[in-house]
Ligand binder design. Structure first.
Ligand code: PGA
Length: 251
């Protein structure tokens, strides 16, 4: 049984002062007591990573990146490597978030290359997949998620998968516990087919999309849910704390 991972994706939010205040409030809230509840992670915008890492020093909260380039270094203006994120003290990197896939046209092959780069840098990728509303309404959610996973998963290494229905992100809508259970069970089966059942049993599958303090307990208690990827509610220390407090041992 792996401990659940509660990951905050701050997206393009916070400024130096507000990021420092948020990280400080979280560190104070989680303190020593929250350390045993779950694994905690926040992913701030790139330039704020050092100051957030400093504000979290000594706490149980890890820092991660929201994306990376698949190359180790080189002529890639505006990009950030997984090796640099490792050098800044990050432990995880989100790859293939639906906002990256939509805004930057990232393909499964690119997401896979990024995940491999994250693993090569000694970090853990959080590989995101999820269907749009139209794909769900057409009855294609399962096929879309399977195809994204088959194209995006790295060959091997430690990794986390995040199921985030695109229509649930930032909308206040969440998938029903039954849908989450079914999708997570099929992702778990696919991971078992790909990496073997022993490894799949240790792999965390996060749910993301409008996770809040008032729905976290139900979602986190659902079979095969290994944690949550939280956007909006991770910008509020009390709400994020409440979500982490709802975490339990992943089934
Ligand atoms: P949300 O975002 O919690 O604001 O819906 C989740 C995500 O995009 O990871």
């Amino acid at each position: 049984m792996a401990r659940q991972l509660i990951a905050g994706n701050w997206k393009m939010n916070t400024m130096p002062d507000s990021a420092k205040a948020l990280a400080g409030a979280l560190a104070a809230r989680v303190g020593a007591d929250g350390a045993g509840l779950c694994d905690w992670l926040v992913c701030p915008p790139f330039p704020l990573i050092p100051l957030v890492a400093e504000a979290l020093a000594g706490s149980a909260i890890a820092v991660g990146g929201q994306d990376c380039h698949d190359a180790e270094a080189g002529a890639h203006t505006g990009d950030t490597s997984a090796a640099l994120l490792a050098g800044l003290g990050c432990r995880y990197v989100i790859v293939g978030h639906s906002e990256r896939r939509a805004d930057h046209g990232e393909s499964d092959a690119q997401v896979r290359a990024k995940a491999q780069a994250v693993i090569a840098a000694g970090l853990v990728p959080i590989i995101c997949v999820g269907e749009t509303r139209a794909e769900r309404d057409d009855g294609r959610a399962g096929a879309v998620i399977e195809s994204q996973l088959r194209g995006s998963l790295p060959d091997d290494g430690e990794m986390v998968v995040a199921y985030e229905p695109v229509w649930a992100i930032g909308t206040g809508l969440t998938a029903t516990p039954e849908d989450v259970r079914d999708v997570h069970a099929s992702i778990h089966r696919l991971l078992g087919d790909t990496f073997g059942p022993e490894k799949a049993a240790t792999m965390r599958i996060l749910y993301g999309g409008s996770v809040k303090a008032d729905n976290a307990a139900e979602l986190l208690a659902t079979a095969h849910v290994g944690g949550a990827l939280v956007g909006g509610a991770s910008l509020d220390a009390e709400a994020f704390w409440a979500i982490g407090s709802a975490a339990c041992a992943a089934p």
